[in-house]
Design a protein around this ligand. Structure first.
Ligand code: HEM
Length: 135
């Protein structure tokens, strides 16, 4: 498990706080994600997206603690990855998820910078790696 520097973790956390302060953040993120391909739109057909958005909010924090090496966090993301495999989510879908997330961060975080972008990508790549390990 790669350990992230304190600097990356706090840059991510501060940006996440600013994004969460905007009530449109998760709406925009999932609107983008669903529009990113017909395949993604079809996968979410009939899913209660409001419920998913609320749970993704918490899942991002579990990714943060997992990326900091917490075994509890890693376990939670592992379980989430297993569920996604059962839902037939494939590895290439995660690329669309990440790009939808990053363009939303760019739009919403007033202090967005290259540094903020790479902090998110570093943290998320650990979470996505754990998710994919199950597929
Ligand atoms: C690291 C990336 C991701 C995270 C953190 C994440 C997180 C979550 C969470 C927390 C839930 C709710 C779980 C529950 O009901 O117990 C969920 C549901 C769902 N996710 Fe993801 N997700 C990710 C990537 C994806 C991708 C790439 C897809 C591809 C389309 C996807 C499709 C879904 C679907 C369809 C559901 C709802 C399943 C259902 O209730 O039937 N997710 N996700």
């Amino acid at each position: 498990m790669t350990m992230l520097s304190e600097n990356v973790l706090s840059t991510f956390h501060d940006s996440f706080d600013r994004c969460r302060d905007n009530p449109r953040f998760f709406d925009l993120f999932y609107e983008r994600f669903l529009q990113s391909s017909d395949e993604i739109e079809a996968i979410f057909n009939g899913v209660d997206i409001e419920r998913v958005k609320k749970m993704v909010r918490d899942a991002l924090l579990f990714i943060l603690i997992a990326s900091d090496g917490s075994s509890h966090g890693i376990q939670r993301i592992n379980n989430l990855g297993r569920a996604h495999r059962e839902w037939r989510i494939e590895n290439h879908h995660y690329d669309l998820w990440l790009e939808s997330l990053m363009s939303t961060v760019e739009e919403i975080d007033p202090l967005y910078s290259q540094n903020v972008d790479s902090a998110w990508r570093e943290v998320m790549s650990i979470g996505i790696h754990i998710m994919k390990r199950n597929t």
